[in-house]
Design a protein. Structure first.
Ligand code: PLP
Length: 457
């Protein structure tokens, strides 16, 4: 077999993205402006319907889809703003799975909250094998300080939100909403917490744009019958990543959205007010953005709060507009590669994630495999051997309690045996839309050869 060089997840950028970026650069407006607003509407339409090609320039769709999704400069910013809108602050506790990327936890820490890590289920969810939180442990961990639980749709697989909504409902007697300190943001957060009347369900959908699951309950309440919902329309608050290695990229970028019950709106909260606060929080608390200030005589602005700077630029949004045109075919391409990997792994006796099961279709973001019976050292040797043969792999994730920043506050990895067990023999294979059929075959043949060489499986 001739040696190939297979990258782990290079960005898939065509001449169409390049042309749209050039148009943005030539347009005279390069920071947050019309392209960002159009991307927000198109994303709102996509997560409502699964249709990536709805024309969001018509008057009707401008009205229908404006102000529901907020584009920002990263998923980390989106998660942090979700938590800030929710009023998460010092003295609060946010529950996070031990098995995730640091951003899931650090966003809560930036807000001053403490993070309570929860181990995953042994070997992950029994159907998808995804490293999902141990929901019994979650239920036990909820206490009067708990204000939010963050679920992670790891690899693009949608978590069991129904179960978590049931848990937070059962534990609502422990929840006491914050009181407003009479500032505008705290007023909003207090109304949201009073309207929810329970721990908030927050989704880290960094991997799961376009994934869907049949659910009975969403943030908006119990459905009259089970229905398929796209991520972003399930949890109370959701955040997406458009980082360079993600399925859908704007180089760096992310988005926040919400799906809330009538009881929140009955407190006097409106989508318009929510959207306005995300704008304020992402732009220094300034009550006019740069575009609004260009209107004749409209130079003057106020600063409502000394807040953050994490808006998306129109240059980045222009990449996203083309990526969204292409997104259905990008998802299909990933799914095709997954099918080929699944067949090979089944034949080799290697456990893998199940991205498509009854009632759930993932966004096909990562392909995680676990090599039976190997130690962490042997797994690392396997990764090295694959790399020597030109196949770049990765590990998603080293659990957070193993990281320096979280070791002490989490009591160390010994308290999360299922997370360590899941991680110790895990490898993420390359999964991206620039892989040719021959590349995929090469990855499989190289894996087979290295497994034989090390006498594994
Ligand atoms: C699970 C998870 N959450 C959040 C993030 C943060 O995304 P971003 O880099 O867009 O802030 C990542 C990034 O890899 C992630 O994997």
């Amino acid at each position: 077999m001739e040696k190939r060089s297979i990258s782990f997840s290079p960005p898939d950028i065509t001449e169409f993205e390049i042309a749209e970026v050039a148009k943005a650069l030539r347009s005279g407006w390069i920071t947050t402006g019309p392209r960002t607003k159009l991307l927000e509407r198109r994303l709102a339409a996509y997560i409502d319907t699964g249709n990536a090609n709805i024309d969001c320039t018509t008057e009707e769709n401008i009205e229908k889809y404006s102000g529901k999704v907020v584009c920002l400069n990263s998923a980390t910013a989106a998660e942090e703003l979700n938590l800030r809108v929710l009023g998460i602050k010092e003295g609060d506790e946010v529950i996070v799975p031990a098995y995730t990327y640091t951003a899931t936890a650090s966003a809560a820490i930036h807000c001053g909250a403490s993070v309570k890590f929860i181990d995953i289920q042994r070997d992950g969810d029994e159907t998808t094998h995804c490293p999902e939180m141990d929901y019994e442990a979650l239920e036990k961990a909820i206490n009067p300080k708990t204000k939010a639980v963050v679920l992670v749709d790891l690899a693009g697989i949608v978590c069991d939100y129904d179960k978590v909504f049931e848990i937070v409902e059962r534990k609502k007697n422990l929840f006491s909403p914050m009181e407003s300190d009479e500032t505008s943001l705290s007023d909003l957060s207090s109304k949201i917490q009073k309207g929810l009347g329970r721990v908030a369900v927050v989704a880290d959908c960094a991997h799961s744009l376009g994934a869907k699951r049949v659910v009975n309950v969403t943030g908006a309440g119990r459905l009259s019958a089970p229905a398929m919902r796209y991520t972003g329309r399930i949890a109370d608050f959701s955040s997406f990543s458009f980082h360079a290695v993600k399925n859908f990229t704007t180089a760096e970028g992310g988005a926040a959205t919400w799906c809330l019950p009538e009881s929140v709106y009955n407190q006097g909260v409106s989508d318009g007010e929510l959207y306005r606060f995300y704008q304020l929080l992402s732009l220094h608390g300034q009550n006019k953005d740069a575009l609004a200030k260009t209107k004749a005589g409209a130079w003057e602005y106020d600063i409502i709060g000394s807040w953050y700077k994490c808006n998306m630029t129109d240059v980045a949004a222009s990449i996203g507009l083309v990526q969204l045109d292409r997104y259905p075919s990008l998802l299909f391409c990933r799914e095709t590669i997954i099918k080929t990997y699944d067949e090979a792994c089944d034949e080799l006796g290697i456990e893998h994630l199940n991205h498509h099961v009854e009632g759930m279709d993932s966004s096909n973001h990562l392909y995680l495999i676990r090599i039976p019976g190997v130690s962490e050292e042997t797994r690392n040797k396997l990764i090295e051997k694959l790399s020597e043969s030109g196949v770049a792999t990765n590990v998603h994730y080293k659990p957070l309690p193993m990281m320096t920043a979280y070791r002490n506050s989490s009591n160390g990895i010994e308290s999360y045996p299922n997370s360590y067990d899941y991680y110790h023999n895990l490898i993420s294979l390359p999964l991206h839309t620039l892989l040719s059929d021959d590349d995929v075959k090469y990855v499989i043949e190289t894996l087979r050869a290295v497994i034989r060489e090390l006498d594994l499986c």
